[in-house]
Structures are given as structure tokens and as C-alpha cells.
Design a protein around this ligand. Structure first.
Ligand SMILES: NC(=O)c1ccc[n+]([C@@H]2O[C@H](COP(=O)([O-])OP(=O)(O)OC[C@H]3O[C@@H](n4cnc5c(N)ncnc54)[C@H](OP(=O)(O)O)[C@@H]3O)[C@@H](O)[C@H]2O)c1
Length: 326
């Protein structure tokens, strides 16, 4: 049996634990910087071990895969340490601060002969997979435009992970990655890319809007922490359109023909909370001795980070570690 360990007992670690607990025995350990916090987490789920240091998790020979659930700015350090211990990795988005760091992680993973995947759960959702098939079958004709928005009223305390530059804060890496992913899946991430942003006092982006003009395809991608906006994606084709509410976590989508008549309602309610699909993908990949998953291969993680690097470069959003290493 493949056994998982969770690194960091924060908010998303709970979502992960809820999804994985339905398979008895596979969630083996949780590690926190604080033993009491790890034990409190352990008390809520069927987990054999609770550790008060991340090193204890790296050192546990019974852990095969580590789910890295720490802030973006720490993923690189935590992954490199876990790779020293030859652990397979499933790491939350955004995978690292930039493409260079991601490449170093993948290079080391190759040397250590272990599996690594960015936890971009949206790509694994049944709604996403069904929509990819419908679009490639031509249900709305060639895709002409995409509008995707992920904006919410976030925690704007300067020390929090959304705002703190040391922790890799900023809307682009946190939520902007989802509209960009939709553009990659259903449109194009090429051509002319222009963008606007609002910067925080801490030097990260609070809000951004990215526009892509690539021949006959256009996209408007918006993300931010400043306010709640309708969070949906609209994919428009030559012969119809698709509306996907909460597209990054989609449980349903509505397909309309050119006259605006709904022709299909795709509905795949999550069995748990939607994380189960990426978890199953990791287990399946490991059972097949793969080092990367075809739905979220290393090259795709690098490509997405390269786009975000280029956008941040235009804005002058540079993380403290990048200033030191550049
Ligand atoms: N897939 C999704 O839908 C989704 C949704 C939200 C977030 N995420 C991703 O999940 C990751 C974590 O986000 P989150 O919302 O769970 O964050 P969070 O609640 O702040 O939890 C992050 C955890 O990281 C650990 N950590 C280690 N060093 C830290 C430091 N210096 N400062 C703060 N925390 C530190 C802490 O755990 P201990 O104190 O227990 O060690 C903390 O609880 C991010 O990559 C984020 O983008 C994904």
C-alpha cells in the first residue's frame, strides 16, 4: 500500500485529509512545526503518526509520498529536503516561486528516481476532462474566447500567506494560476499577452487582469484578493458557449448552442471535495512506476511558471529569494 504523509497542518491540509481518509491506511502521518498542532490534526482523522517537525516526516521510512501543503515560498525548500529522503511528492500549487526552482526540483527528483506532481486538481476533475473531450469533438466549434475570473475578498493582513512576499504571496501564484490553467486547457497561452495589476505595500500583486490576443483567440483572465466577483469561466466558440461556475473546482458545466439554447448539462458532483481525483491519479501513477503524470507533467508545471515569471517580470514583482539568487 502507498502511504502518504502531510507536511504542514494548515487549511488545505484538512481538505486533503478529508478526501484521502476514505481509503483506510493510506494517510500515515502529519507533520507540523508544532507537535500540539499535529496532534490536534491527527485527532480529527485516521492517521497513525503526528510529528512536531518536518524532518521527522522526511525520516519516516513508512511514508512513501509527501503532500506539501505549506505556502508557495516554502515549497522549494520543503521539496528539496523531502527529495533527500527519496520521498515521492504531491505539492500544492503554485509549485514553486518560479520556473528555475521547479526545474531544480524536477532535476533532483529524476536523480532520486521519484515521482513529483503539482497538485493542480482542476486538471483532474471529471468536469474538466469531459469538457476537454466535448470541445475537441467540436461541440461549440473552434474556441474564440475565454473569460475566467477568480477573485475573492481575502485576508489582507501583511503577515498572512496571501500578502507576505517571503511566503510567496500574491494573487497570480495563488489564484491567477487557475484562469491561466483554463486558458492553457481550452484556448492558448501564446500571442500577445498584456496585463494590469495592483500591488500591495508588501510588493505582491493584490489583483491582476491578463489579456491574451492570439490570432482569432482572445482571453480575459482576472484574479485577486480584493473583492468577491462572480467566479466562473465562459468559453465561447464559433457555434456556442460553455459556462463553468467555480471552474477551478467544477462540479457542473452548461453547454449552449449558437441560439443560446442549453444543449448539455454536465454534472459530476465530487465524491468528497474534488481532491480525490488528483490523489487517485498519484496512486495510479505510482502503481505504474511513473515519475510524472501525463495530465500534469513536469513540462506543464514549468511552462505555467514561465508564463507567471514573465508576467511578474513586467510588473516588477520579485520575491526576496529571487533578489538574492538573481
Ligand atoms: N488546491 C486548492 O484548492 C488550494 C486552496 C487553498 C490553498 N492551496 C494551496 O495550499 C498551500 C497552503 O495554503 P493554505 O491555505 O493551506 O495555507 P495555511 O492555512 O496558511 O497553511 C500553511 C501551513 O504551512 C505551514 N508553514 C510552515 N512554515 C510556515 C510559515 N513560515 N508561515 C506560515 N505557514 C507555514 C503551517 O503549518 P504548520 O504550522 O502545521 O507547520 C501552515 O499551517 C498553498 O500552496 C496554497 O496555494 C490550494
Amino acid at each position: 500500500m502507498i502511504r502518504f504523509g502531510i507536511l504542514g497542518a494548515g487549511r488545505i491540509a484538512h481538505t486533503f485529509a478529508q478526501a484521502i481518509q476514505s481509503t483506510p491506511g493510506i494517510m500515515h502521518a502529519v507533520a507540523s512545526r508544532d507537535l500540539k498542532r499535529a496532534q490536534s490534526f491527527q485527532s480529527r482523522y485516521p492517521i497513525a503518526k503526528a510529528y512536531g517537525s518536518y524532518q521527522d516526516l522526511y525520516d519516516d521510512p513508512d511514508v512513501d509520498v509527501i503532500y506539501v501543503a505549506t505556502p508557495h515560498g516554502l515549497h522549494y525548500t520543503h521539496m528539496m529536503a523531502a527529495l533527500d529522503a527519496k520521498k515521492h511528492l504531491l505539492t500544492e500549487k503554485a509549485f514553486t516561486l518560479n520556473a528555475r526552482e521547479a526545474q531544480e526540483v524536477f532535476d533532483k527528483a529524476k536523480t532520486q528516481n521519484v515521482f513529483v506532481m503539482e497538485a493542480m486538481w482542476t486538471r483532474f476533475l471529471p468536469v474538466t476532462q469531459t469538457l476537454l473531450k466535448r470541445v475537441s469533438d467540436g461541440i461549440i466549434g473552434p474556441v474564440k474566447s475565454l473569460k475566467a475570473t477568480f477573485s475573492f475578498a481575502g485576508d489582507l493582513r501583511e503577515s498572512g500567506r496571501l500578502m507576505n512576499a517571503e511566503l510567496g504571496g500574491g494573487a497570480l501564484l495563488d489564484v491567477g494560476i487557475y484562469p491561466l490553467t483554463y486558458a492553457d486547457l481550452f484556448g492558448r497561452l501564446s500571442g500577445a499577452m498584456t496585463s494590469q495589476h495592483t500591488k500591495s505595500k508588501t510588493g505582491v500583486d493584490l489583483w491582476n487582469k491578463i489579456e491574451i490576443h492570439a490570432g482569432d483567440f482572445q482571453a480575459t483572465l482576472e484574479s485577486g484578493f480584493l473583492d468577491d466577483k462572480p467566479r466562473e469561466a465562459i468559453i465561447t466558440g464559433a457555434h456556442g458557449k460553455i459556462v463553468v461556475p467555480s471552474f477551478w473546482a467544477a462540479e457542473e458545466a452548461f453547454i449552449y448552442d449558437a441560439r443560446g439554447v442549453m444543449i448539455e448539462h454536465i454534472h459530476h458532483p465530487h465524491r468528497v471535495n474534488g481532491f480525490e481525483y488528483e490523489i487517485e491519479a498519484v496512486i495510479d501513477a505510482l502503481n505504474h512506476h511513473l515519475l510524472e503524470h501525463p495530465i500534469m507533467p513536469h513540462a506543464k508545471t514549468i511552462e505555467m511558471l514561465e508564463h507567471m515569471d514573465a508576467i511578474r517580470n513586467e510588473w516588477g514583482v520579485v520575491y526576496p529569494r529571487e533578489k538574492i539568487t538573481s
